[in-house]
Design a binder for this molecule. Sequence first.
Ligand code: FAD
Length: 469
Amino acid sequence: MKSYDVVVVGGGISGLSAAYTLYKRGLEVLVIEAGDEVGGAMRSITTPEGYVFDCGPNTLATKDPRLWAELTDLGIADRVVTAGRAGKRRYFLKDGKPLEIPNDPVGLARMKHISLKGKLRILREPFVPRTTSSDESVAGFFDRRIGPEVMQRMIDPFVSGVYSGDPSKMSIKATFPAIWEAEQRAGSIIKGLLGGRNGTKKGAVQGPKMRSVTLNFKGGIAEWPKAIARVLGPQRVWRKARATGLHPVGAGWALVVDRDGQIETLEAASVVVAAPAYAAADLVSEFDASASTALRGMTYSSMAVVNLGYRRSQVAHPLDGFGVLAPSCDRRNFLGLLWASSLFPPFAPEGRVNIIDMMGGSLNPIRDTQSREDLIANAVTDSHAVLGASGAPEVVNLTRWPRAVAQYNFGHVERIAVLERLEQARPGLYFVGSYRGGVGMPKCWRNGVNTADQVATFLAARPALAVAD
Ligand SMILES: Cc1cc2nc3c(=O)[nH]c(=O)nc-3n(C[C@H](O)[C@H](O)[C@H](O)COP(=O)(O)OP(=O)(O)OC[C@H]3O[C@@H](n4cnc5c(N)ncnc54)[C@H](O)[C@@H]3O)c2cc1C
């Protein structure tokens, strides 16, 4: 039986960042990835015409210089493309057309998305009493604090764009813990967040920060996980290898792996489960029914991504920004129409534009019965109606995501607490992934690194514990 210090189940960014950190610390680590390729949700293709299409995530926004340092370490710093000023310009849909969101206070006061009554309602926020309930929906929280109009027109499109979630089901405490905590502490989001900026909470560890940068890679977002796998090498990253069983054995773990049809059992002192919650639920079901139930209770939205390549002359809109997000009250097919080649010019050949239509989400899930033709037709119609595109795109690509983005719905905090109890009861077993601590890639990466640090500390302490026993 092969034996490792750590086996990481899942080769998405959460698992790979953990594995790479462990590798740099000199530990024997193996990544088991069920798919043909690493990256999980991070998938990119380059078409024969020269378009770079991201089929899932498409922008990485970070303030963390450690992430930059890691890209340099991986040898892909020169592959990075950064969004210029276009990245700062964002639009929300209003009366069926993209309307820019100002990003300065004067512009915000004048913006046309919100009525005067809605703007005045924001000023009352510091005087709204704090809630006494232990959690609240995202919609309920913002309705109460800043009014329903701002909730629907400003918060909802953002929540839909990032989480593809249903704000009436999402837990404010789990989704926006800093905002929830600001209200609890200061009785107001405005006072709490401003206060937090001036005086950081005592004892809080602040990582180094830099100006926020939105980035991608010349060949699309999947270059990043592939680079990690390349450095780790094929002996440390098994593709087409699915973990099908996990059992505590003595002081360590036995992991059953189906490697392209061959079943083998591996031994590990520690296991990092970095697969999505539903897959983690299957793995722990044999030894912890309540953790398995908690993991199964964490749902995912279903989405489809349609990449559209048009000739520049076919699209009337200047596409001078990040893209346009749609509030759910507008009942559009799409969550967002993102202007990929405006952010990252190498993503479209000369004289062409690359547009991403993100559709679906918890309020309007993509169903298996919706045909490829219908989904693509919807995306083309959206681009015609909203961006003034005409004619057929010269290239299209459709990706379905039946389980796209983890939903931090009511009960999430309690479900995570069940998982924490399992980690305490079973030393050496760790869980990391987009269902815990943030869905965005930078947070998944950071949580992977932090988990690896915990694993390394645990492994370093083990011999000392054995002597003490
Ligand atoms: C359409 C879409 C758009 C998004 N846009 C953005 C964006 O623009 N910016 C951003 O920051 N984030 C975005 N996100 C979110 C972000 O991409 C994900 O939350 C993040 O990549 C998840 O990483 P992960 O490693 O936790 O999980 P995953 O990427 O899901 O990786 C888990 C891996 O585990 C493997 N696995 C599952 N079961 C097993 C098993 N039994 N054995 C072995 N392996 C297994 C899977 O094959 C998979 O590769 C988007 C997500 C989607 C779907």
